[in-house]
Design a protein around this ligand. Structure first.
Ligand SMILES: NC(=O)c1ccc[n+]([C@@H]2O[C@H](COP(=O)([O-])OP(=O)(O)OC[C@H]3O[C@@H](n4cnc5c(N)ncnc54)[C@H](O)[C@@H]3O)[C@@H](O)[C@H]2O)c1
Length: 448
């Protein structure tokens, strides 16, 4: 099939490359010419394991191309996937302006192209509130009259850092359709991905839109829940690591996605939780749980920062101190820093007069763009520590999990670690005489 992906972000690029890899001809459109220039020069604008290679091989096979030319992109398409961003707007609701702009662009293209070459389907892949797919349809219909194509919603569940595997071997594919005909087109397109038993659920459009929010909101709830338990553990002398083990052995609970830390970040959970709250407001439904999940998450960063501040309060405060951060990305294996806890902590520390040094294997450039002069980047994780008053761990990249602690101690001005990911054992820190703060566990103090 001839597909057009609108937006070459994490979703548009990964899904475009994976669809090309199963034999479709895919054109990726973006309004950001710098991204398209990079892609046409053979460079991938985002870090996602395996993506660059997948793009190269499919470009070589002439199944994948990139353009800023809307006419060219829409003229060719049998199916158009809208994969543009839906960030949280100033009012807390998802900003749908990119989705609606894409709808307007598609309407203009349809008017220009004429009836013969119209697309078969316009599919909303962006995460959108219930009703948005029909808004897209109505917006296009208002311009072009009777709709000669189908509309569908196909939420995306890939995880950054494992996106290609997630797309190729999905836990499930969800498609919201208005009739069986478009359902059949989507089943054909997804057949290579679900052939080995991965389920595909075809349902009504409103339910498909809601599946995505319900899933992300539930995952966010798990994180806020375990972080609340971590706070109770810390205040009452328990150890969340042991509590987690004991709790997760219950098959009704299970071990997945229940790790205490700095709270969720990234471009999805924060905005999708807020979107549920906004959806509740506009439909007069109390979303007490979603509001609490969001609130706990906001507090978690502040709570961790308070540990840093409290430690330095007895040492003249953060003014003039240097903090070394390991990890900027909101999670490992991605360069995405949207809503990253590290950025919040760096901003808070910087405001208090601390100097910030940081290392991240792939997100350093994005961090620098976000924080500018306030952030000193180091390519080597140990160089970051030279002369710093403490190490702050924000992302659980593998390379941080068993560092050379001798080097860590020699480089730091004082042996203090704030570990937002519970990477190390307390006993090990005690033996190494490192002052150690983590999440949901008692601190290890080396003060006499
Ligand atoms: N990032 C994820 O892990 C993930 C996972 C599942 C779902 N989603 C959802 O998918 C959507 C896209 O997310 P993302 O992270 O890929 O976004 P992104 O911000 O990385 O990329 C969006 C791209 O769309 C482009 N764009 C905006 N308007 C355009 C237009 N009119 N025509 C062409 N291009 C246009 C932007 O320039 C940008 O490159 C969001 O709704 C998000 O919630 C994201």
């Amino acid at each position: 099939m001839q597909l057009t992906m609108v937006g070459t972000g994490y979703v548009g690029l990964v899904t475009g490359a994976c669809f090309a890899n199963t034999g479709n001809n895919v054109m990726c459109l973006d309004v950001d010419s710098s991204k398209i220039d990079m892609l046409n020069a053979g460079e991938c604008p985002i870090y996602e394991p395996g993506l660059q290679e997948l793009i190269h091989s499919n470009v070589r096979m002439e199944r994948l191309s990139f353009t800023t030319d809307k006419r060219q992109a829409y003229l060719a398409a049998q199916i158009i996937f809208i994969c543009v961003g839906t960030p949280t707007g100033a009012d807390g609701k998802p900003d749908l302006s990119y989705v609606l702009q894409a709808a307007d662009d598609i309407a203009s293209a349809i008017l220009e192209i004429g009836p013969d070459q119209r697309p078969k389907a316009v599919v909303v892949k962006s995460t959108v509130p219930v009703g948005t797919t029909f808004r897209v349809r109505d917006r296009i219909a208002k311009r072009v009259g009777d709709l000669p194509f189908y509309i569908a919603d196909n939420p995306e569940f890939l995880k950054e850092g494992a996106a290609i595997n997630d797309f190729n071997k999905p836990d499930r594919v969800v498609v919201g359709v208005e009739n069986d005909e478009v359902g059949a087109v989507m089943l054909e397109l997804y057949d290579p991905f679900v052939r080995q038993g991965h389920p595909i659920y075809v349902m009504d459009i409103a339910s498909a839109e809601m599946v995505k929010y319900a899933s992300n909101n539930f995952l966010a709830t798990k994180i806020s829940f375990i972080n609340e338990m971590a706070r109770l553990c810390e205040a009452n002398g328990a150890d969340i690591v042991r509590v987690r083990e004991g709790m997760c052995a219950d098959s009704r609970i299970g071990p997945h996605f229940l790790y205490p830390g700095l709270g969720y970040g990234g471009s999805c959970f924060p905005k999708d939780t807020l979107a549920c709250i906004a959806m509740g407001e506009s439909s007069s439904v109390d979303t007490l749980l979603s509001s609490a999940v969001h609130e706990v998450n906001q507090q978690q960063r502040r709570f961790f920062f308070d540990k840093i501040q409290d430690h330095f309060n007895t040492k003249g405060g953060l003014e003039g101190k240097t903090l070394a951060f390991w990890g900027i990305a909101f999670k490992p294996n991605t360069d995405d820093i949207r809503e990253a806890p590290a950025i919040s902590l760096m901003r808070l520390a910087s405001k208090q007069g601390a100097s910030i040094r940081a290392h991240d294997p792939v997100a350093a450039d994005n961090g620098k763009r976000e924080l500018g002069e306030a952030l000193h980047i180091f390519d080597d994780m140990y160089d970051t520590l030279e002369g710093a008053d403490a190490l702050v761990i924000c992302t659980d990249w593998d390379e941080f999990k068993s560092p050379d602690f001798g080097r860590v101690k020699r480089a730091l001005r004082s042996p203090v670690i704030f570990d937002g990911r519970n990477l190390y054992k307390r006993a090990q820190m005690r033996n190494l005489e490192i002052t150690y703060y983590s999440v949901g566990r008692q601190p290890v103090s080396t003060d006499a």
